[in-house]
Ligand binder design. Structure first.
Ligand code: GLP
Length: 257
């Protein structure tokens, strides 16, 4: 089965296509349960949704939102937490109410209980209608690092040095990046009714190469979702290795291009 991969013209086109994807889902199912990523890749999507809402072409007063992951030890008051990121970039701009939001709490006193609570909240929502994902340089999705169990639910994980290095700009110094995090598991992501994977930014060549090999590989967590029946991948054409190798450009936006 060919990968449902769309090479698009930069972050702007990815943001437009991703926003359309989300708007279409919410038009069909206003109370959709959606897992949201942090990082630089999805910021354009969030901005585009706020623009659409400003023009009266999008609103999500009944949608339910979950974060994918969170650093252990950071509370929502900490501007470096993923929860704070989502409030800043998504929930406040879209006027989402706290009752629509379920966040993993990194400062919860009992992380295992927090993970159980979160899995129950997802189950109570009827499972995820859509998991939106970014891609880590080592192929991680959410904080499922290389070697992650494909059957795992939400749990505490130890971050790799590569991942901590990638987060240093948020924390100022690499030494301040937490070593542990809570993350939705690969099982939860695989069980989502649809998955939207967004790929942009630098340092992802090896992860993209692993994805393009399209073989299940525990060392590359992104390969856990490639056989999902409702997967859409939107990727920056600048990262297409065929293009870098000088191959003729594929037809713009064609699936599998
Ligand atoms: C972090 C997050 C991932 C995200 C990744 C990529 O590791 N846990 O969910 O996909 O960063 O971030 P960026 O979009 O900035 O490249």
């Amino acid at each position: 089965m060919p990968l449902p991969l769309n090479w698009l013209e930069g972050p702007g086109e990815i943001a437009n296509a991703a926003a359309q994807h989300v708007a279409t889902l919410i038009a069909r199912k206003p109370d959709a349960a959606i897992a949201l990523p942090t990082g630089s890749t999805p910021v354009g999507l969030y901005r585009r949704l706020a623009e659409l809402q400003g023009k009266g072409r999008f609103s999500c007063p009944q949608a339910r939102f979950f974060n994918l992951d969170e650093f252990i030890g950071l509370s929502l008051d900490d501007p470096r937490s993923y929860g704070a990121f989502l409030w800043q970039h998504v929930f406040r701009p879209l006027s989402v109410s706290p009752s629509q939001v379920q966040l993993l709490r990194g400062a919860a006193p009992d992380p295992a209980a927090e993970c159980r609570r979160f899995d129950q909240a997802i189950a109570q929502a009827g499972g995820l209608d859509l998991a939106i994902l970014g891609l880590g340089s080592n192929g991680h999705i959410a904080f499922n690092e290389p070697g992650s169990d494909w059957n795992a639910g939400t749990r505490e994980v130890v971050l790799t040095e590569a991942t901590r290095h990638g987060q240093r700009s948020v924390f100022g110094r690499e030494a301040d990046v937490p070593h542990r995090a809570l993350t939705m598991g690969l099982r939860t992501l695989r069980e989502a009714r649809a998955i939207l994977l967004l790929i942009a930014g630098s340092g992802k060549a090896a992860a993209i190469a692993a994805m393009l090999r399209s073989r299940p590989d525990r060392n590359w967590p992104v390969t856990a979702i490639l056989d999902h029946p409702k997967l859409t991948i939107l990727a920056d054409r600048a990262l297409d290795p065929a293009r870098a190798a000088g191959a003729p450009p594929a037809f713009p936006g064609s699936p599998g291009a």
